[in-house]
Structure formats: structure tokens, C-alpha cells
Design a protein around this ligand. Structure first.
Ligand code: MN
Length: 202
């Protein structure tokens, strides 16, 4: 099964001024495309059937040992970016509602506390990685991971992920990762996060 680059779903400049068009174009067309190409290379000759990349990451025992790290890096990169594009929205933020809002209140007290925990997870992730809001079926938690490691490998379901690799923000924010993390809330699509949460409870 060969994986393919998903469409972004909106124009490169749709997230301006919070995320600039050039960053979005390079990030999607070059970085994400490279992860897709490399995970396909790594899985050449490996029978994964019709498994999604998320299903492969959830069960890496099907991947030969010598290919496992390449699948973690590039399959993780493919899965993480696919999630990332889906939870970004042109046209500004809504707020969490419904069951997701209730779960956030239960786990963190309120949305602002959740946001500051995610920002802190992203700021304190040394080097490249991701800040996450994950669901384990029962409750929500905030974490970060290095490189392209996916929470799926730990049995958790990521419902919101923020890329803190420099390629995600350097053209506009340079060394100011905290500013990028504050600005990104303006373009988070909470409806998509709620859909991810609903799916994680099935
Ligand atoms: Mn990235």
C-alpha cells in the first residue's frame, strides 16, 4: 500500500498572518511530501495490506526490525502532518464545544489552562518535536514528543497536535517559538478537534 500526500484543504495563504504562505507551501509540498515518499520507500516489500499509516504505527510489530526506525520517523511524519492540516482552519478560531468542552473542563478546568499547558509542552520540547492533546479513551492529557514520534505508538489517540519543528515557524517567527505557539490558537479548528475526540471514544 502506497501512501499519498493529502490535500491541504485550503490555500497556502489562508492562515495569514498567523502562519505565512511560504511556510505552509514548503511545509506541505516539500516536508510532508518527503515523509510520504520515504515511508513508502521504507515499506517497499512489506505487506501492510490496506492498513492506514495510523494502524501501522499502532502495531509496529508488523514492520521488520531494520525498517522500524524509518517507519517511526517518516510514517510518524506522515500521520502527524495529516492530523495537523486537519486541525488548522482559515478564518479564525472557534472554541471547543459539546463533549470535547466538557472533557477539557474535567481534565484542565478551562480552555485557557489547556492552551497554556500545550504551549508549555511545545516550548519545553528541546529540539524538534510536537506538542499534543491526546485521548486515552477515558480522559485527555497534554504531552510532547521528540522528532516525529507519534502518541499512537504509546496507545494514545492524538486529537490535537502542534508541530514545533523549526520548519513550522522559522520564516516568520525565527527563534520565537513561544510567539508561534501563542499565535496558532487563532487558526485552530476546534470542530475538527471535537471530531477527533468523538472518534477516539469509539
Ligand atoms: Mn512539520
Amino acid at each position: 500500500m502506497a501512501y499519498t500526500l493529502p490535500d491541504l484543504g485550503f490555500a497556502f495563504d489562508a492562515l495569514e498572518p498567523h502562519i505565512d504562505a511560504q511556510t505552509m507551501e514548503i511545509h506541505h509540498d516539500k516536508h510532508h511530501q518527503a515523509y510520504v515518499g520515504k515511508v513508502n520507500d521504507a515499506l517497499e516489500g512489506v505487506d501492510v495490506g490496506e492498513k492506514s499509516i495510523e494502524a501501522v504505527l499502532a502495531d509496529l510489530s508488523i514492520v521488520p526490525a531494520e525498517k522500524k526506525q524509518a517507519v517511526i520517523n517518516n510514517g510518524g511524519g506522515h500521520a502527524n502532518h495529516t492530523l495537523f492540516w486537519r486541525i488548522l482552519a482559515p478564518g479564525g478560531a472557534s472554541e471547543p464545544s459539546g463533549e470535547l468542552a466538557q472533557a477539557i473542563e474535567q481534565a484542565f478546568g478551562n480552555v485557557d489552562t489547556l492552551k497554556s499547558k500545550i504551549e508549555n509542552a511545545g516550548v519545553t520540547r528541546f529540539g524538534s518535536g510536537w506538542a499534543w492533546l491526546t485521548s486515552d479513551g477515558d480522559s485527555l492529557s497534554v504531552s510532547s514528543s521528540a522528532n516525529q514520534d507519534s502518541p499512537i505508538m504509546d496507545g494514545k489517540c492524538p486529537i490535537l497536535g502542534i508541530d514545533v519543528w523549526e520548519h513550522a515557524y522559522y520564516l516568520k517567527y525565527q527563534n520565537r517559538r513561544p510567539d508561534y505557539l501563542k499565535a496558532i490558537w487563532n487558526v485552530i479548528n476546534w470542530d475538527a478537534v471535537a471530531e477527533n475526540y468523538a472518534a477516539s471514544n469509539k
